[in-house]
Write a protein that binds this ligand. Sequence first.
Ligand SMILES: [Zn+2]
Length: 376
Amino acid sequence: MIRLLNQKKILRLLYRNNQLTKQEIAQMLNISIPTVISNSSELIKQGFLEEAGVAESTGGRKPTIVKFIPTSRYSFGVWVTREKIRIILTDLNFKIIDEINFNMIDQLYDFRDIIVKVSKYIRDIINNFSISPNKILGIGFSLPGTVDEYKMILKNVPNFGMKNICFNEFKDYFEFPLYIENEANASAYAEAFLNFNDTKSSLVFISITEGIGTGIIVDGDIYKGFNKRAGEFGHMTIVKNGRKCNCGKKGCWELYASKKALLNQYKKAFDDENKNLDDFLEMSKVDKKAQNILNTYIDFLAEGIKNIILILDPQNIVIGGEIFSYRDLIEKKLMNKIFENNSFYERKDCTITFSSLKENAAILGAALLPVKEMLF
Ligand SMILES: [Zn+2]
């Protein structure tokens, strides 16, 4: 147990620092040099590390450098949305090595059908790259609903009209361990782990796509709540007795502030089913009516974010998902609205940014799940 913990500590340290001498590792982790030597030779045997020459001596023998090998293992990420499935293969630096997308078709409505297709594509990717199966850590799934990752159950997916899908039943389709997580939680992990070097311990990720999902990181880990559904901010009431939601409630935030909500408002106002969001957004640069719709949308988005700040007081809020395509049109107004007219907080109290992972946060978060298991 202690050996395993020490090995994970050494792996984490080298993962962040790329290469260090054995002396430096001992100092930084506060463990003895013989412990570093025996554990790092075990990690070299397993292929995670390699020796990379010697550093200048500071007196006595020249210290040996050990180096992390990012291609020592690989991970699969799968992101399931209402429209399509994305599958990626990454190395340990989260470089995307291969990607396959397929569209959801309505007949594919047994979840098992999706799994069968995913397993076929994963086999294709492995054959393409001739990666040895023992180098693959596992397959992480980013899912659009509440997830119990220990019981491996996708509990509630209002937008698919599905409940209680048990991933343990799908194990036989794959030769690697499976991991599942809610897509907003996975995105929050990705933001915290890939962009912030784990130093940002308090973060809310707001994913704006078809709906709105949020992932909450407190003290460096996801806050899930007693029934694993914390952070369902997309379904907090923003208009009492408002529009009817798939979840059974009325006036949920995502019906006013998601990408789909914005598009629906445009279609309704202009009685035009054929234009897409880009067309309408282009119009909003010159047309007053289109502009007003965008402003109302930004108002609703800001109201929800203000509530989140008041409830959680997070150090960081990261906005991601498909909102990226119209970020430039809303960013300035949104920030002003979030910070206006309140006596509780000012701009320096909460850093709000748009995700630099763009539309990749959820899928990289999926690929991160098996890697987290390896490092923590
Ligand atoms: Zn709802």
